[in-house]
Design a protein around this ligand. Structure first.
Ligand SMILES: N[C@@H](CCC(=O)N[C@@H](CS)C(=O)NCC(=O)O)C(=O)O
Length: 214
């Protein structure tokens, strides 16, 4: 039996959510330790010092601690049968996770401008994200899904993998927070998102997870 996992992250989806999806997909019970954003920033240095690498998410397993969301994702995906079926598939999955990180950084530019800095240019940054920055990534996601088993499967290999969880959790954020119609011209991607939402474990998690602003 896999050892118990305690995940520590803010009370939000973002970098904690893919980890929750992996564990839910695998049916692995976990402690979802959600810390308060305001509390963290009351004494940021002290908060950072309590974590393995100075930030969240991190996990605790068997008395050990691990930071960095992608390292955590890879480790847990291997245990939960969604890391890829062989070294090549694992590498393809990792590549898609990293590719999604590239566009996630652009999304974060807007999110920080909007929520943290209350930047008057936040709307401009949002428009730029929707009409320019996100476009090559959405086209590539569509092409990858369409190119794997004629759009009827997942994004890489024989799937499902945590690359699917990374891509779909990201698209969910964008649809909910930035532009609800952003996938309208991407038919393969739209049905793929629904397919991933319907996976055993994911469907149940989506129905029961706490509702958070971001
Ligand atoms: N590369 C790291 C980035 C972690 C990160 O930026 N965490 C943010 C929350 S999403 C954080 O801890 N922010 C609080 C701070 O930096 O003080 C990962 O993927 O885990």
């Amino acid at each position: 039996m896999a050892p118990h996992v305690k995940l520590t992250y803010f009370n939000g989806r973002q970098r904690g959510e893919v980890i929750r999806w992996i564990l839910s997909y695998g049916g692995q019970e976990f402690t979802d330790n959600r810390i308060d954003f305001g509390e963290w920033f009351k004494d940021r240095e002290a908060s950072k010092a309590k974590t393995p690498l100075g930030n969240v998410p991190y996990i605790e397993v068997d008395g050990k601690r691990l930071g960095q969301s992608h390292a955590i994702g890879r480790y847990l995906a291997r245990q939960n049968g969604c890391a890829g079926q062989n070294p090549w598939e694992e590498a393809e999955v990792d590549a898609i996770v990293d590719f999604t990180e590239d566009v996630y950084q652009k999304f974060l530019n807007w999110l920080r401008a909007e929520l943290i800095f209350k930047d008057p240019k936040a709307d401009e940054i949002k428009k730029q994200f929707v009409s320019v920055d996100a476009v090559p990534y959405l086209k590539k996601f569509e092409e990858l899904v369409q190119g794997n088993q004629n759009g009827q499967a997942f994004i890489a290999g024989s799937g499902p993998t945590w690359a699917d969880f990374t891509v779909v959790a990201f698209l969910d954020e964008v649809i909910e927070m930035v532009e609800p119609t952003i996938l309208d011209s991407y038919p393969a991607l739209s049905s793929y998102v629904a397919r991933v939402h319907n996976l055993k474990g994911i469907k149940q998690w989506l129905a029961k997870r706490p509702v958070t602003q971001y």
